[in-house]
Write a protein that binds this ligand. Sequence first.
Ligand code: UN1
Length: 517
Amino acid sequence: MESIATKFGIQNALKILGVQTVNEGTSTGSFHFSNGEIIESYSPVDGQLIGSVKATTKEDYETVMKVATSAFKAWRMVPAPQRGEIVRQFGDKLREKKEALGKLVSYEMGKSYQEGLGEVQEMIDICDFAVGLSRQLHGLTMHSERPGHRMYEQYHPLGVVGIISAFNFPVAVWSWNTALAWICGDVCVWKPSEKTPLCGIACQNIIAEVLKTNNLPEGISCLINGNYIVGEFMTKDSRIPLISATGSTRMGKIVAKEVAGRLGKSLLELGGNNAIIVTPDADIKMTVIGAVFGAVGTAGQRCTSTRRLIIHETIYDKVKHAIVDAYKQLRIGNPLDENNHVGPLIDTHAVKMYKEALDKVVEEGGTILVEGGVFSGKGYESGCYVKPAIAEAKSEYEIVQHETFAPVLYLLKYSESIENAIDIQNNVAQGLSSAIMTNNLREAEQFLSQEGSDCGIANVNIGTSGAEIGGAFGGEKETGGGRESGSDAWKIYMRRQTNTINYTTELPLAQGIKFDL
Ligand code: UN1
């Protein structure tokens, strides 16, 4: 029988992307080398080995840092709009390879092909955004308190930016960081997740081609591979002024401590525990679409996935039945097949966590409304396909307070006023994304006000996932406080300098201090 890889053109996609069977996982652009152990990448779609990548050793890493540091010296002298031109060309290459890269994302990570394409679209969007931004990296001009003085601020490139990304957005998160860092004049060293190393190879090949065509130095984009030990090379390295890390709160706390210990900057995008509040004035049809996509999209493996629905008691049963009914329509299977809504989890460890969460919610007194379970048999050989599940629960349950990276949705009930719903929504350690479904203006505005949602993202009549790149992306509390992609997120990739210039023949001191010699 024809394999999934053959049927869905994976070999062809790998060829277009220049991904080999065995790849050197260390690269400074077009130059590839590696001396480390082999990391094998198995697809959660069918359990087949896709290819392997050689990990980066400490010695390899030192070579990378040498090349990156020297590339930075040249790259920072290229005018920002010309750096933008390189990012524009990168965006064009992504447009050319969108289908191939979207397919690899889907096959290596397990999200639906549509979502794989969506992820590449996010890369294209951030490139467009960064190109425009390359002419807008401006600071302010202030009035000096001293006569004949001019004061202003400017932004300068920072240096080598270290990027640690997660498996769930194996290509887009890298591009949110790199597209901005590059136009800011920085160079990047990227460690993708060891669960999706081939996506990393593919991205590096695309940018390497652009850099080569433009005769730019090696090292503007570097790739390293491996587990947390390789990540530590970067977090401990004072030659890297900024570490941008995406992943679990557990990982983020370690990175934050390490980087802060050497007074570096970190940009953290960590766990979420995202809720949608459903008020008596909600449009039920919209609520169902937003909640179901939020909970089962990417098999519940987005930082922004909907984990909790906080529903008013007067409409609780109605919403519950509508959501449970909608779950009956879900088709779970090969994510490359566009008839399916939900693909596999990333690996069998994630399946274990999913099962434990369902056991735990029952143990704590919850009621299962849509039964979970692991699929087996034909088409499910990888052992990573699970049934999206729903449980009725209470906010104070320990499991509800935690992020489980799987399609498990908790229904919570609130009574009386919107304040109660907001309390439940905010009463978790994480603060990434939140939403309210309502046609009541007062409730919506209250939810968005300073006494409303405490999250980095707060939406009205939209689910919790699927943010656009134009806004700053990230969250508060245990989500880590970082902001990536749009708005003024670029500022973290630069260093700010305040300049005061005296064009007189006197030297007056600020604050009127007298110091006569
Ligand atoms: C993530 O899950 O790490 O808002 C990123 C969203 C996507 C990005 C998610 N644009 O759902």
